[in-house]
Design a protein around this ligand. Sequence first.
Ligand code: MLT
Length: 257
Amino acid sequence: MGLLNCADSGSGEPIVLLHAFPLNRNMWQAQFEAWSNRYRVIAPDWRGFGESSLGEEEFTMKSCAEDLRHLLQHKNLQEKVTLLGLSMGGYVAFEFVRKYQELLRSLVLVATQAIGDSDAARQSRFETAEFVRTRGTAALADRMIPRLLGKTSLETTPHVVEQSRALICSNSPEGIARACYGLANRRDSTSALQEITVPTLILVGVEDVIVPGIQADNMHKGIRSSRLSIIEESGHLINLEQPRVFNEQVLSFVQEC
Ligand code: MLT
């Protein structure tokens, strides 16, 4: 696997943004606009997403963490990074922290969870892989958006609905299908929580139906150095649904660390 494609802009302390499934680095546009005048903001496309090639190897949370390590090495960063992962990005962040915590200044876990999939959830991932291969990304967007976005966004912000749809449709069906297997086969990271020693901010949307608040509470209890913040009127995609609140909360945390 070659280097991941990534957006990289600004200078200063590095903030690395890890995208959710089935989106890509372009989900972070508002964060690039808000932060790159003070920070170096880096956001990769996972293999098979956006403009990163699919590669030969299996898509796993571990392979993504290694791809990320390879990318950061290539960037030759002199400073420790703030690593921010949203949902699947958080699952990869757990794998990264297990091996490379010394590279981190702080961690932000957004709309994510430490637990692995139940058997039923795994089955549904395999079905999603088949669905996107046969029906394509637009059909997948129709199916997923009502769960990815919160009730408030679905009812009041059609531009966020359209933005989410465009992000999903800009990925390849095969990239998405392979990631379904990676998600289904990820390990439970609950035991890794106690190993996290860097300052950690946990964000969860009140209207998130994919990662319920209880999972954010459990991460908060498991990570000694963590703080939990609950975001009103947001579903799963907090940075798209509540960009102003998201940016403020993350930035004030980064400034304190
Ligand atoms: C994501 O946003 O990355 C996915 O919803 C993760 C998941 O389905 O577990």
